[in-house]
Design a protein around this ligand. Structure first.
Ligand SMILES: Nc1ncnc2c1ncn2[C@@H]1O[C@H](COP(=O)(O)OP(=O)(O)O)[C@@H](O)[C@H]1O
Ligand SMILES: [Mg+2]
Length: 230
């Protein structure tokens, strides 16, 4: 299980004259199995999430996942950290459901029969096996998010980072995603506005204006977030 080490991170975007500090004074070590992230729009949650797989490199400070620095060992980090975006269309890349799941495996050079069996198993795990040969873009929003999750999981990441994966979904589909995520052996970092998803989490981080303002149990962190928003 990877330990996430974030040391003195500051992240600044924009050009001279219009520079903006998006994250500042971030210094945490995270080794819990289930970590939640909450905060207002624009508070820096997505930037934080993207730091964890090297999609964003910090302007200052270090991010180390499982012993690999995201700056010097980006490939090693990305091989171990799966990432799901809010909008599943952003990561569905192949025409059919099965092909999309197989895509990540082909890049890892496995043989055809092994890939087919692994894809079947992965689709069954998320309840999409009956849609294996359907066009990916014909799926409902919830099914697409399950597909995106499946395509990430099949590559067997050690850490899964989910950036508001249920925001576009209705309650039933959101519950389905939550159920699949709850059953994972992986370490999970979940960014969400659906606070009840975090009830059983080990630790919840609250961001406000680019700073980590609370880091606590779900109940205490959610109370701090509510107080902040009141
Ligand atoms: N590459 C970028 N260029 C300009 N602004 C950015 C960039 N990345 C993030 N920001 C800004 O930083 C702030 C925090 O963004 P983000 O991490 O997406 O917050 P959240 O996910 O909490 O809504 C937002 O105001 C956003 O517009
Ligand atoms: Mg965001």
């Amino acid at each position: 299980m990877p330990l996430i080490e974030i040391a003195d991170v500051r992240h600044v975007v924009g050009q001279a004259g219009a520079r903006r500090v998006v994250l500042d004074e971030l210094d945490v070590r995270l080794d819990e199995q289930r970590i939640g992230v909450v905060g207002a729009n624009g508070s820096g949650k997505s930037t934080f999430a993207r730091l964890l797989n090297g999609l964003v490199l910090p302007t200052a400070g270090r991010v180390v996942v499982g012993g690999f620095d995201t700056r010097s060992h980006g490939r090693d980090v990305r091989r171990r950290v799966g990432f799901c975006f809010t909008d599943p269309d952003a990561q569905i890349v192949m025409p059919t459901v099965a092909e999309d799941v197989a895509f990540g495996l082909q890049r890892r050079g496995r043989d055809r029969a092994e890939i087919d069996a692994t894809v079947r198993r992965a689709l069954t795990d998320v309840g999409l096996d009956h849609l294996a040969d359907s066009p990916a873009h014909s799926l409902s929003g919830g099914e697409k998010q399950l597909l995106a999750l499946c395509s990430v999981l099949v590559t067997e990441p050690d850490l899964l980072v989910l950036d508001e994966p249920t925001t576009l979904l209705d309650l039933r589909n959101a519950a389905r995603i939550a159920e699949v995520v709850a059953g994972l052996r992986q370490q999970v970092v979940l960014v969400t506005h659906q606070l009840d998803l975090l009830d059983a989490y080990d630790r919840v981080l609250v961001f406000d204006q680019g700073r980590l303002v609370a880091d606590d149990t779900p109940a205490a962190a959610v109370a701090a977030y509510r107080a902040l928003m009141a």
